[in-house]
Write a protein that binds this ligand. Structure first.
Ligand SMILES: Cc1cc2nc3c(=O)[nH]c(=O)nc-3n(C[C@H](O)[C@H](O)[C@H](O)COP(=O)(O)O)c2cc1C
Length: 289
């Protein structure tokens, strides 16, 4: 066989995957629809039945100001753990595992209260962020910990901390977006501090019972991106802080090199509908055009 390890189990921290097929994180936009979480559960269950050993949800924010702006991607309260619980239950029933992605959008947020390491607007966002005060940063770290504990309560097997594609943690890492002169900017150790402290704090909150993945940007594709040596150093720091696995992303959203195909044919979804009679329906729930 060409890929002898692909269908072998893999251990990530406390979690054992049946195979190494991973469906990466994709925000579906279904979060705001009626019956959103039943639809999402059906969507992910279909992917688990299709053979994925591990699924990562789309990004959910640990804080309100870290949301994209749609108001549907917040995950920081007991009620969110309750509404999400159908998702891991559906995926587990199909024999797969699922991580919740924690994503703070930083200067990519369209909210008027968007925050960033420095008050520098993203070229792809009309919104001007404000620079975080140093004494606001510990609350962000704590918010990640709270969300991870809630993810555990919801039944997720792990969290993936989003540190790629130009979102808040990436913004802190890069001199392109981080012009701070305090402990959170300047040297690489200072720029990496937020990412590392988030992982360390999440590990302290969840103990050994929840897997922690960190999505690193392996190639920023923007001026001022991290060097290869910095990436190796970051990976080493994240592992020491408690990450069980490092997942990867390529390119900030503002990069001039396109890296994401957004056109997903709606009708493909209906191609996998197998049961219209009220039983389990793996369709994503969208209506035909
Ligand atoms: C509709 C859509 C939503 C996405 N949402 C997220 C997200 O919430 N979090 C994330 O880390 N990546 C997200 N991505 C990026 C994907 O995880 C992936 O990196 C990208 O589609 C490139 O995949 P490829 O390398 O297989 O071509 C999204 C991609 C698409 C197309």
């Amino acid at each position: 066989m060409r890929y002898p390890h692909l269908f072998q189990p893999l251990k990530i921290g406390p979690v054992t995957l049946e195979n190494r097929l991973m469906m990466g994180s994709m925000h579906t936009g279904m979060e705001g629809l009626p019956d959103a979480f039943d639809r999402l559960a059906a969507f992910y269950r279909a992917r688990a039945e299709g053979g994925a050993g591990l699924i990562v949800t789309g990004g959910f924010s640990p804080t309100e100001d870290g949301e994209f702006g749609d108001g549907d991607s917040l995950f920081n309260a007991a009620e969110h753990a309750e509404t999400h619980a159908v998702i891991p239950a559906a995926v587990h029933a199909a024999g797969a595992r699922i991580f919740l992605q924690l994503l703070h959008a930083g200067r990519y947020s369209k909210r008027p209260d968007a925050v960033a390491p420095s008050a520098i607007r993203a070229p792809i966002n009309r919104n001007q962020p404000r620079a975080l005060a140093a004494d606001e940063i510990p609350a962000i770290i704590e918010a990640y910990g709270r969300s991870a504990v809630l993810a555990q309560q919801a039944g997720y097997d792990g969290v993936e901390i989003m540190g790629s594609e130009g979102y808040l943690l990436t913004q802190f890492l890069s001199p392109r977006t981080n012009h701070r002169e305090d402990d959170w900017g300047g040297s690489f150790a200072n720029r990496a501090r937020l990412a590392v402290e988030v992982v360390r704090h999440v590990r302290g909150c969840v103990g050994d019972g929840l897997a922690i993945a960190f999505r690193m940007s392996m190639l920023d594709l923007v001026e001022g991106g991290l060097t290869g040596d910095e990436l190796v150093e970051l990976a080493t720091l994240l592992e020491a802080a408690g990450a069980d696995s490092l997942t990867t992303g390529i390119g900030w959203h503002e990069a001039r090199v396109p890296t994401i195909a957004q056109a997903v044919p709606r009708r493909l979804c209906f191609g996998v509908r197998t049961d219209q009679s009220g039983g389990h329906n793996p369709c994503c729930g969208l209506q035909p055009d």
